[in-house]
Design a protein around this ligand. Sequence first.
Ligand code: ADP
Length: 180
Amino acid sequence: MTQNPTDDRLVLTQGNLTQVAADAIVNAANTSLLGGGGVDGAIHRAAGPGLLAECRTLHGCPTGEARITGGYHLPARHVIHTVGPVWQGGHRGERGTLARCYHSVFELVERHGLRSVAFPSISTGAYRFPISEAAPIALREMRAALARLPQLERVTVVLFSAADLDVYRQALATAGVPTP
Ligand code: ADP
């Protein structure tokens, strides 16, 4: 049995991502990068119009990729926008695409020398990816990045509801424990 499968640089918390002071917060955006509902809308409201103006210059972002902007009025210095897959039943490569989102975000974290990054639960809102399946994928990619990037001091997952936090806690507790 793996005693402590994780890393104390990985933190799960309940709250509002827009209030988190990190080098970057991650936006679960759509391919237009021009704002939407859920966490995307909340980030744009809190950041102010400068964020939308910068996003317009990026001309969108394909699913699975990521783009970085400033944080404007947010406490975070940057926003890393990534576009998660829409869940279509699980046979359209959704799991791999979700993993690629996290990977793309960490590539930008590395390239920009960022030391702290805070994530929402990508794709598990309007895009309907089952959170019980998304959580282990997210945590696996975060642990891989932490192992690879010594510069990273903190990776936080900010869950909006207590129920979502529970799912991530369960997934973290069982991560790395070999199945019999
Ligand atoms: P997606 O379209 O990728 O599914 P959503 O924004 O609809 O993105 O949902 C992603 C997750 O973000 C959901 O679990 C939702 O409850 C959560 N969420 C919404 N607003 C916030 C916020 N301000 N802080 C953190 N999480 C949020």
